[in-house]
Design a protein around this ligand. Structure first.
Ligand code: MN
Length: 741
């Protein structure tokens, strides 16, 4: 290993000619920043850290990625490991490079799809055939790629940089501790290589697989490598003859073809030996050649010539030009009996198809400016990727494609990262508690706080795609009953709710009873409801007695809000405000305001069923107040003179009637408290008609703020929700309805 740093001249000299002077200038500046930032750091191998950055940049330039991506490759570790900030990268290299670095930094590793998917997969693996198994693995790879792209919300180049990083780490894995080697190799084989294949970078896939095999099955690897070595001389000679013979035959037919042997990859030999149970010699008997020709029509002409000279082996012909593989791989495959009576596999494709086979999506970058036709190729590649990821709209460019992928699923899901970098998908609106229960039931029970992207956030934080979530747990204890309170919005998923209920049910009856009673009393007190008949209430809810109702409350089978709803339905709004605020002019229980006859009991006529907005009239009935009819109701139009005297003019009341209620909030004073309160009310659509804030500075510990508000609520249910949410604002000690107006 080199102990000195690779210099900038060496890096620039290694860049393909394709890169312009302008490109080289960007690469040079990125190198300078990276080498200063990593100046004192070393790799496990003992060589300067910058050599890793240069190696990654080299892999990217072999793929002809753009200069800003190579710069990102050079800088891929600076944000995490040095003092350099994203801000600085943005200022010096622009938004594209900085967003690539940001993406690579956030995506610590290519994630596995959530633990649970993984578990499901492992469950019955034993029962599956090899074909089913590999199909599942493929789907998992596709799912990983899809979710990774969604979660990163960035372009696919982030993944290519991540792959380049991993490739160099694999190349230098021998310097790592043995137990770590196996873990990293397995991860590479299971996640990184399939993703490389998925985006069609064959070159990378092969190398990642071979390197992984070396660390996972070292004996097998060495055996195959030795076998290859032993046969190399004979084989090379043999292949040279075959290549010459083919080239001659084609030249005779007027076809220009580049003929090459196909490199044998150790992992693919290993797989054939294991999977098809063949010996090494049997596999080596199969020779393969690749013919690169000018265009598509020549591919088929070439095929014709090969088939006319040597006997095709039935069942071995595949036309991947007419029907490309899902990663856009195109080629003709056939096998013939060669003159030595051993099979010869032949692949025929154009140079461009070959570029795609080796570099996949990365092949585009080389050709970006070269020609329009090649851009069309890239578009068709993207459209294939779209298809395989099941995106419907064909007429999209790359940005729209990513955007659509987001919107498609983002309506329902968020994708967040575990501390290890695994991806978990949750329904939109999920909170840290939902996340905790998804990871593990026990983590859910013991969840007490959460760090989102390194910052402490409240438990009602709504998770966003791309968030990295760390759950802070207590050693023991269980979920709080508040978690089930929908007004507070701490739990979104049914799965978490169910687990919380199960836990609560396991608690002793007396405990649940006491908790339930306390919850309800507290809520009644808060809402200023004194005279509730608990016996009646329990009966209405179909419990034998109040105690049973309390137990149900305590274990989460019954919610406080259901009780408040019930009471709210029964109590007239006047009851709500009676004890608190003076009646306001607008307050009325009536859906219709009967002019001149305030407070008259009204009911809707069954004959014409008036709905708000219809012109209406009231008809005074004996003892029942007034019946409201549509003005054009036949019964009204036909009414006798006598009856007409009993008609009164009425009008619809305000659609959303509200009632003023005084509330009192006690809190440790803090900056922005009033602002949070008014935002909360604003979100609920609740008006404040009066505010009075007093801060008590005499308190020894902290300033206590006493806030009195008059708010306009629709009903008890809304009042209850608002008070609950207020109590969940940080620093708020108590929020309740005050008795004295
Ligand atoms: Mn790295």
């Amino acid at each position: 290993m080199k102990q000195e740093a690779i210099g900038i001249e060496q890096l620039l000299a290694s860049l393909p000619k394709y890169y312009t002077d302008e490109d080289r200038e960007i690469v040079k500046r990125a190198y300078e920043l990276a080498s200063i930032a990593h100046a004192n750091q070393k790799r496990a191998s003992g060589e300067p850290y910058i050599n890793h950055c240069v190696a990654v940049a080299g892999i990217l330039s072999d793929l002809y990625m753009s200069a800003d991506a190579i710069a990102a490759g050079l800088l891929h570790d600076v944000v995490e490991d040095t003092d350099v900030t994203l801000q600085e990268i943005r200022e010096k290299f622009g938004a594209s490079t900085s967003s690539l670095v940001d993406g690579v930094t956030k995506l610590e590793a290519l994630p596995r799809v959530s633990h649970n998917d993984q578990e499901d997969l492992e469950d019955d693996e034993a029962k599956l055939t090899e074909e089913q198994l590999s199909r599942r693995k493929k789907l998992l790879g596709q799912e990983t790629l899809r979710k990774t792209m969604l979660a990163m919300n960035k372009d696919v180049r982030v993944i290519v940089i991540k792959l380049a990083d991993r490739l160099h780490n694999m190349r230098t894995l021998s310097y790592t501790k043995p137990e770590k080697q196996r873990r990293i190799a397995r991860e590479t084989l299971e996640i990184y290589a399939p993703i490389a294949n998925r985006i069609g970078i064959g070159e990378m896939k092969w190398e990642l697989e071979d390197l992984s095999l070396y660390y996972l099955e070292q004996e097998k690897y060495k055996e195959i490598a030795a076998g290859l070595n032993e046969r190399r001389a004979v084989r090379t000679q043999q292949m040279e003859k075959i290549k010459k013979r083919l080239a001659q035959s084609l030249a005779d037919a007027g076809i220009q073809a580049e003929v090459s042997g196909r490199p044998k990859h150790i992992y693919s030999i290993y797989k054939k030996m294991i999977g098809k149970d063949r010996s090494f010699d049997q596999i080596m008997d199969v020779r393969g050649v690749r013919l690169l020709v000018e265009d598509k029509s020549v591919c088929y002409a070439t095929l014709g010539i090969i088939h006319s000279q040597w006997r095709p082996i039935p069942g071995e012909f595949d036309d991947y030009i007419a029907a490309p593989k899902e990663n856009m791989y195109q080629s003709l495959h056939t096998a013939v009996m060669y003159e030595d009576n051993k099979p010869l596999e032949v692949q025929i494709r154009t140079h461009e198809m070959h570029q795609h086979a080796e570099r996949g999506i990365a092949a585009h970058w080389r050709y970006k400016e070269a020609s329009k036709q090649r851009d069309e190729q890239y578009e068709s590649f993207l459209s294939a990727l779209r298809n395989q990821l099941d995106i419907k709209n064909e007429d999209m460019n790359a940005d729209e494609f990513i955007e659509t992928m987001k919107n498609d699923v983002f309506d329902e899901h968020v994708y967040v990262f575990t501390p290890k970098g695994d991806i978990i998908d949750l329904p939109k609106g999920s909170t840290p508690i939902d996340f905790a229960y998804h990871v593990h039931t026990d983590v859910g029970h013991r969840c007490r706080g959460a760090k989102i992207n390194g910052k402490l956030e409240p438990l009602n934080y709504v998770l966003k795609t791309g968030d990295r979530v760390v759950i802070l747990t207590t050693k023991q204890g269980g979920p709080s009953r508040d978690w089930l309170n929908p007004s507070i919005g701490l739990v979104k998923t049914q799965r978490a709710r169910a687990k919380i209920r199960v836990w609560l049910k396991k608690q002793a009856r007396e405990h649940n009873l006491a908790q339930g009673r306390q919850m309800l009393e507290r809520e009644f007190h808060r809402l200023g409801l004194d005279e509730i008949n608990l016996e009646n209430l329990a009966r209405q809810l179909e419990y034998r007695n109040p105690d049973d109702m309390f137990v149900a409350l305590g274990c989460g089978d019954l919610s406080v809000s259901r009780i408040i709803n019930l009471i709210s339905d029964q109590k007239t709004p006047e009851d709500i405000i009676e004890t608190s605020a003076p009646k306001s002019e607008t307050a009325s229980s009536d859906a219709v305001a009967v002019r001149g006859l305030r407070g008259l009991l009204t009911q809707m006529a069954k004959c014409c069923n008036p709905t708000p907005g219809d012109p209406i009239v009231g008809y005074i009935t004996r003892g029942r107040g007034a019946t409201i009819h549509r003005a054009d109701c036949p019964n009204i139009l036909r009414s006798s003179t006598n009856e007409k005297e009993r008609l009164v003019r009425v009008a619809w009341g305000d659609a959303a009637k509200t009632y003023p209620v005084p509330i009192r909030i006690t809190a440790f004073d803090r900056q922005g408290l009033m602002n949070d309160i008014s935002n909360l009310l604003n979100n609920e659509g609740v008006n404040i008609t009066d505010v009075n804030v007093r801060v008590n500075h005499d308190s020894l510990k902290a300033d206590i703020a006493n806030i009195r508000l008059i708010v306009e609520v629709r009903d008890l249910v809304q009042l209850s929700r608002v008070l609950n949410r207020m109590e969940n604002l940080s620093n708020v000690l108590e929020a309740q309805r005050s008795k004295a107006g």
